[in-house]
Design a protein around this ligand. Structure first.
Ligand SMILES: *Cc1c(COP(=O)(O)O)cnc(C)c1O
Length: 412
């Protein structure tokens, strides 16, 4: 980075240090001021190709004209009126999601809030049945959000430790083990909450037989099956929601991230008989499902379906994985490649600094992050093009070659 852009970054960093809580540390050394498709530009026109997509949010890419028009039109007509009223965009979005899933919805503003809503719904469901079931079992290495209850459900000690005491009624078991789940179920278990692919946890795949086994376990024990589709939803894995790959029938799913392609929104979706547990006054929100966010989500969902972007995610994801596997054959630094559709992980040797590696990729013009156990995560907009993938693979090849040269220099 150089010149004016570097100065702008320094100024913003100073402002951030003075005025913003230090939750995000030093941000990336690139200040995006606009975007188009998969590309971000700074004020001087330097560009980066974004393989993180605003953390699996920007499904339609940057600068989508139709989205901009939708937002402008809706903002002129009606931004917000509260949930005291029926509004056209909210009912339209509810209808679109119902047509795709057969599930009833509740809209909120974020992923964590969607999971909170799901926990409340599960508890209310058993409260109505007069069954003393309130516990939620989730997985170690999961990620469900940053509120107190979602931190309690998130099986990562580093997020939990400073915030004790956390809300009661949450426990975690190793991901992928049916036996561990079976042992953890008690007469107080209300629900099992899982991701089909652990995203923040490092793109760890649940797999068909595990997920189907979990659903069966839920049925046998009269407990609810909740899938957190916040990262895996909206076409990313090759279907609108990832449970649709496995013939699953979850009682509740949660959505957010890509649901409105970058406008904040979350959703709890539940089978009608489960959704019926909420009566007027049991749950609510001021902003959730407001006309602006719902108009954006309708546009996003309709565009995704019309353009078949979930199919595109499958095809582009296969291309990306194939390319990464070819790199792995030549570069021992990559020890595993996995994922589904455009949620892909490449695990690096644990001796290599994933953080340094992604910093180098950024210098080479590609935005990627590192999650879980040293795993590069790729979650680009679903409109990503073949040439972007080829460019990324070339940059990866360069960075891997450098990395390995460095390592052999140390060895001698
Ligand atoms: C990002 C994420 C969340 C939290 O969403 P926020 O909008 O940041 O609250 C929850 N679950 C999963 C699987 C996620 O990827």
């Amino acid at each position: 980075m150089k010149g004016n852009s570097d100065m702008q970054w320094q100024q913003l960093k100073q402002q951030d240090e003075q005025c913003y809580m230090n939750t995000f540390g030093t941000r990336l050394p690139f200040v995006p001021v606009k975007g188009k498709g998969c590309r971000l530009f700074d004020a001087e026109g330097n560009q980066k190709v974004d393989f993180l997509g605003g953390i699996a949010v920007n499904v339609l890419g940057y600068g989508d004209e139709g989205m901009a028009k939708t937002l402008y039109r809706q903002a002129k007509e009606l931004l917000h009126v509260s949930n005291l009223f029926y509004t056209l965009p909210q009912e339209k979005l509810a209808g679109l999601l119902f047509a795709q899933t057969g599930l009833k919805c509740f809209f909120c503003n974020s992923g964590a809030e969607a999971n909170e809503g799901a926990f409340k719904l599960a508890r209310k469901y058993f409260y109505n049945k007069k069954e003393p079931r309130y516990e939620i079992i989730s997985a170690i290495n999961s990620f469900h959000g940053r509120t107190l209850a979602t931190v309690a459900a998130t099986g990562q000690e580093k997020y939990q430790r400073p915030y004790a005491p956390l809300p009661a009624g949450f426990s975690q078991v190793p991901y992928g083990s049916l036996a561990a789940l079976r042992r953890a179920i008690t007469p107080h278990t209300a629900a099992i909450l899982l991701e089909t692919i652990q995203g923040e946890g490092g793109v760890i795949m649940g797999g068909r037989s595990y997920l189907r086994g979990v659903e069966k376990l839920c049925r046998e024990n009269g407990i609810l099956f909740i899938l957190d589709e916040i990262q895996t939803g909206m076409g990313r894995t090759g279907k609108l929601f990832s449970y649709q790959h496995y013939g699953l029938s979850p009682d509740i799913i949660t959505s957010a991230k890509g649901l409105a392609g970058g406008v904040p929104i979350g959703a709890v979706l539940a089978k009608p008989e489960v959704a019926a547990a909420f009566a007027p006054g049991d749950h609510g929100t001021t902003f959730g499902g407001n006309p602006l966010a719902c108009a954006a989500a309708c546009y996003c969902l309709e565009t995704l379906l019309r353009r078949g972007l979930e199919g595109r995610a499958s095809r582009m994801g296969r291309l990306l994985k194939k390319g990464l596997r070819q790199l792995a054959e030549r570069h021992p630094t990559i020890i595993d490649v996995r994922g589904r559709g455009l949620l892909v992980g490449a695990e690096l040797k644990h001796a290599v600094s994933g953080k340094d590696f992604t910093a180098r990729l950024l210098e080479l013009g590609y935005i990627v992050n590192c999650t879980g156990h040293n795993t590069l995560r790729f979650a680009p907009p679903l409109v990503v093009m073949r040439k972007d993938i080829e460019g990324l693979l070339t940059a990866m090849d360069t960075a891997l070659t450098e990395q390995e040269a460095l390592k052999s220099a140390h060895e001698y």
